[in-house]
Write a protein that binds this ligand. Structure first.
Ligand SMILES: Nc1ncnc2c1ncn2[C@@H]1O[C@H](COP(=O)(O)OP(=O)(O)O)[C@@H](O)[C@H]1O
Ligand SMILES: [Mg+2]
Length: 261
């Protein structure tokens, strides 16, 4: 089982869209679980899970110290793709963590219980360096950082990489990192310049292409439905996934057979 954290300490950069598009492509031939770790629950809403009554899901990992995620997941419209839903109560977790030690590893423990059930787990992270983000980074094999090709978003990326370094040092296990340029508009000078800065500043970490702005990716509910994923944006995500697989196989050679299977 491979665990992917989709994270960036900035909001609106395409984390949830990236989680959905990668998960849908992976689910073509593998068993996939997506976990919504964001109290705003955009991923959960995309799958049509109602707000009320609050669904069972991610919050239980922390309050009940659930030993496995298995009982917390639900089916989606997409074959082989299951969801662990987020609840607004996730926003209150920080307070709890002050009095309850060991919460930083709760997600990793819960994932241990489903390691035979899924080939890939994707964690859609909140845009803050919170207990939830730390849990995701502690559990992940690969950190995918969607980064908007916009000058301000590049600052957020440096923060994110510092956080990844810190977590990697403390967990003593390598964390593969990959940057996906997103929301790219090649018609604007600032878009082109930001992409150039990304390539120059983070050589070796950045995908050599970019996910374009594409209106067909604007509605997360349609990506989470079972219709075909078409258009330039969807195509770009397919290429990005192929690149991520190659990087993952090179970083962890033992896993290459499982990824190709
Ligand atoms: N490639 C894209 N083309 C067009 N709209 C996009 C694209 N990627 C994301 N969006 C839209 O941009 C907004 C922010 O994306 P989202 O994935 O929710 O970001 P985050 O999870 O980082 O907050 C959403 O309205 C989403 O539908
Ligand atoms: Mg999001």
């Amino acid at each position: 089982m491979r665990v992917w954290a989709i994270a960036n300490q900035k909001g609106g950069v395409g984390k949830t869209t990236t989680t959905l598009c990668l998960a849908r492509n992976l689910a073509d031939d593998a068993r996939v679980l997506v976990v919504d770790l964001d109290p705003h629950a955009s991923l959960t809403r995309a799958f049509g899970v109602p707000r009320q009554p609050p669904p069972i899901g991610t919050h239980e990992v922390f309050v009940a110290q659930t030993p496995s995620l298995d009982g917390l997941s639900r089916t989606t419209a997409i074959e082989r793709l299951r969801l662990v839903a987020a609840q607004p109560a996730l926003a209150t977790l920080e307070r709890r963590s002050a009095t309850q030690p060991g919460l930083g590893m709760a997600l990793q423990r819960a994932l241990g219980g489903v390691s035979e059930l899924y080939d890939h787990v994707l964690l859609d992270c909140p845009p803050t360096l919170s207990l939830l983000m730390v849990n995701a980074l502690a559990a992940a094999d690969c950190l995918v950082m969607p980064t908007q090709t916009d000058p301000l978003a590049l600052h957020g990326l440096a923060d994110m990489l510092r956080t990844a370094d810190m977590v990697e040092r403390s967990r003593k296990r390598p964390l593969m990192r990959a940057i996906l340029p997103t929301l790219y508009d090649g018609r604007t000078g600032s878009g082109r310049q930001s992409l150039e800065h990304l390539y120059a500043g983070y050589e070796g970490l950045v995908w050599s292409d970019a996910i374009p702005v594409d209106t067909r990716l604007r509605d997360a509910r349609s990506i989470a439905g079972n219709g075909p994923l078409t258009g330039r944006g969807a195509e770009a995500y397919r290429s990005a996934l192929a690149w991520l697989h190659t990087r993952m196989a090179a970083a962890v050679p033992d896993d290459s057979a499982a990824v190709a299977a």
